[in-house]
Design a protein around this ligand. Sequence first.
Ligand code: G4P
Length: 535
Amino acid sequence: MSSAVIASECKRRRTFAIISHPDAGKSTMTEALALHTRMISEAGAVHGKGGRRATVSDWMEMEKARGISISSTALQLRYAATGDPDDFPHVINLVDTPGHSDFSEDTYRVLTAVDAAVMMIDAAKGLEPQTLKLFQVCRHRGIPVITVINKWDRPGQAPLELIDEITERIGLIPTPLYIPVGIAGDFRGLLDRRTGDYIRFTRTAGGAKIAPEETMTADAAAAREGDAWTAALEESELLAELGQDHDQEMFLAGQTSPMLFTSAMLNFGVRQLLDSIIEYAPEPKGRKAIDNVEREVTDPFSAVVFKVQAGMDTSHRDRLAFMRIVSGEFERGMVVTHAQTGKPFATKYAQAVFGRDRSTVDTAYPGDVVGLVNAMALAPGDTLFIDPKVQYPPIPSFAPEHFSALRVTTADKYKQFRKAIDQLDAEGVVQVLRNDVRGDASPVLAAVGPMQFEVVTARMKAEFNVDTVIEPLGYSLARRTDEQSADELARQRGVEVFTRSDGAVLALFSDKWRLQFIEKEFADLTLEPLVAAAD
Ligand code: G4P
């Protein structure tokens, strides 16, 4: 494959995720984006709201009951940006982030697969805890952020208040590309700060269709909207005086954030969001391997697995590994090498997955996300390649804060239990810790959030038909130690030593005072903090 083709495929690709607090409208926006790119003809199709039924596993039931997204998948949209003279269709990969705060480790992995993030904020609520957490991950990884103030059709804060809040609380300077005309709750249209034009929206019944828009000159807007237009104009001028205009370099450096105002529900401002993603979000770039050598996008195929998932559908039990392509062209059927084992991996079953729909992928390029079926050997962070060999740095794991013993309650299911534990461990659902005292029948699970344990028991039952119980342990933090220190540590009260499945020796402590005491008493013991993503 010629590198010119790959370079041009990269040029038209954008890969991003929406980060938001639950309820800010991420699902609604995802649908609105699908509607605008004509993936679907009416809102309600992707998330099954339009009365669609699908076979779902118990696990999916749990996801539905809790209204959270446990699965992480990717939606590929094709879109010809407005004003593009050649009608050049862009390819937008929207990678879905898990929605619950408990899933930060998962979310972190997903965010290693994107080149930009859209931070979606509810106009009435402003910055919320989950948004802040996710934003910190983006900042940590150097992912540029586009800010979207959603639900502008409902009463909320003033644009300048929201801008101040973001600047003050997270030190990110919003540079609005558009200013809403009409206060929150009276969304009439947008002032395009670059052209000075007015884009007026018209509601459609139930917001199910793309909202028609009409572009008007400033004079026509002033005549039509009166004070609402004048207010928007004044806000825009004030921001210009403050220097809050879009600057591509500062955006890519994570200092500023292009800002938009939308109503995902009414489909207002969605086209503008798509256009802004095309115009400003970076195209896929090469990546540094562990030997510090950069693999360029035009080099032979390579990809990083960022998520492994099983049990999406009980009717055909399988295991999917999602990879983000870093370089080269992917062709279904290609045999690639798994860097971690050196073994060949056949890609006969490559799929694009979104929600419950799957379709076969034949070719894919850097930035694309492809699901590989039956990927039993693959784990998050693994590299796949075509010669020459490349291996990307592993995805750092989070410092777990919750620890529970897992016990099988049906005696004759021990074999399945072990198999299930190994699988969930390999997928990175939880970390699995063992020691001689507890034995193999009762491993200890370590996770960032306690909901991860529920995922384990639910999947044990749904996929392996094994009943298990979770017994929370009185530990709240872990330190990495070594064999030399292990015996002394194991003798201490409120401390237990384990070996993690990757071979790391971990000491668990009941609380930070216990840890501090031991650190003081036994200064020569090895006790290192585990990597936290936000470090
Ligand atoms: P999430 O994925 O971020 O958790 O949010 P989701 O899209 O599910 O939206 C949460 C709620 O907010 C939904 O209402 C949704 O309709 C509503 N919503 C999303 N975007 C907008 C918007 O731009 N304007 C207004 N007014 N509402 C919006 P719900 O009552 O919980 O669900 P439903 O009955 O509408 O399905």
